[in-house]
Design a protein around this ligand. Structure first.
Ligand SMILES: [Zn+2]
Ligand SMILES: [Zn+2]
Length: 333
């Protein structure tokens, strides 16, 4: 079962559908402060450095790395925010959300235009947007659409960022990869060829796309598969809430997908003490759901927590490659 299929099945809980494995193998502790932002950190006019978040990333007893509280955190408190390393709208929302931050945009007469919600978003994405718009993406987008794939769009965005010089080709190496079967790897070859051809046909020089090998494509996609979050905004208009309540279960509530650094180090629990939510754009907010004591591990739920034990175990095993031994699963709930 693909992660995509799993994502489709989850509805209200989809925003908590954490696509990450619990065993990140690499973590540069010395640079951990680069992995989060805070609401004050983004305001240039505020000269005060925000306090670091009350967490540390350390080894757990059984699940590789994990995130731990360094002090008591009260229920409902915001632990930290995180900006995406890479974000991309869904194919269905490409023209209705911000190209960079996925904020919902008002419909315009130019329905086929790429939109930016602000000058800041336009500035931040201009160099890689300029690479992306040189190429014709119809074949690549069609490939994604016909196969029901969303993650190759994140690979495309990352490739444009690497070509434009704003991201390193090895940006995702720190993330845990999914283990891929030979069949899965061969299925990715078509996507790789289409991506490479799009750049070649756009006359982007060989030197600039030298990193873009089949191995790179597969390696990035393997990491995106278990580290991408489906971004579902909860801060929409009241009318949005009404219409989504009335909409069919097949409606696409997500505005897009994104990959983060620090949020990828949170382990899973079927009865989590923390969760991630998105208010108005792809900036993730990590909040605790109940009081957490100093030293306690913060865990989020990668899947729909309302499912029964067997369904959760199957999803976690097939989608994320691990057997859940959380307290709730152990007690048969
Ligand atoms: Zn924006
Ligand atoms: Zn469990």
């Amino acid at each position: 079962m693909s992660v995509l299929a799993l994502g489709r099945r989850t509805s209200r809980w989809a925003s908590r559908f954490k696509i990450l494995h619990s065993q990140a193998t690499l973590f540069r502790t010395s640079s951990s402060n680069c992995f989060f932002t805070s609401s004050t950190a983004n305001k240039n006019e505020d000269p005060v450095r925000p306090a670091p978040p009350p967490i540390r990333v350390s080894l757990t007893e059984s699940a590789g790395r994990g995130v731990f509280a360094t002090r008591r955190i009260g229920s409902g408190d915001l632990v930290h925010t995180a900006r995406p390393l890479v974000a991309h709208p869904s194919l269905s929302t490409t023209h209705s959300v911000c190209y960079f931050c996925l904020r919902k945009q008002k419909a315009t007469s130019q329905t086929q235009a790429i939109q930016f919600c602000s000058e800041e978003c336009e500035e931040q994405s201009m160099v890689f947007y300029n690479v992306e718009r040189r190429a014709n993406w119809s074949d690549y987008d069609n490939y994604c659409r016909t196969h029901g794939l969303k993650y190759p769009l994140l690979v495309k965005r990352l490739a444009c960022m690497v070509i434009s010089g704003v991201a390193a080709a090895d940006s995702f190496d720190i993330l845990q990869p999914a283990s891929l079967s030979p069949v899965m790897v061969s299925e990715m070859e078509e996507g790789f060829s289409l991506l490479r051809n799009a750049f070649t046909n756009a006359n982007i020089c060989d030197e600039q796309v030298a990193f873009l090998t089949n191995k790179w494509y597969t390696s990035v996609l393997a990491r995106i598969r278990i580290n991408a979050f489906r971004v579902e905004l909860v801060g929409g208009l009241y009318e949005d809430l009404l219409s989504s309540a009335a909409a069919s279960v097949e409606a696409e509530a997500a505005v897009g997908n994104a990959v983060y650094m620090l949020p990828s180090f949170y382990n899973h629990d079927c009865d989590p003490n923390a969760h991630i939510l998105w208010i108005e754009n792809a900036d993730a907010r990590l909040k605790v759901l109940r009081d957490v004591e100093a030293g306690e591990e913060l865990r989020i739920c990668y899947i729909d927590a309302s499912m029964d034990r067997d369904a959760r175990q199957t999803l976690l095993s097939q989608g994320f490659g691990f057997h859940c031994n959380c307290f709730r699963c152990s007690s048969g709930d």
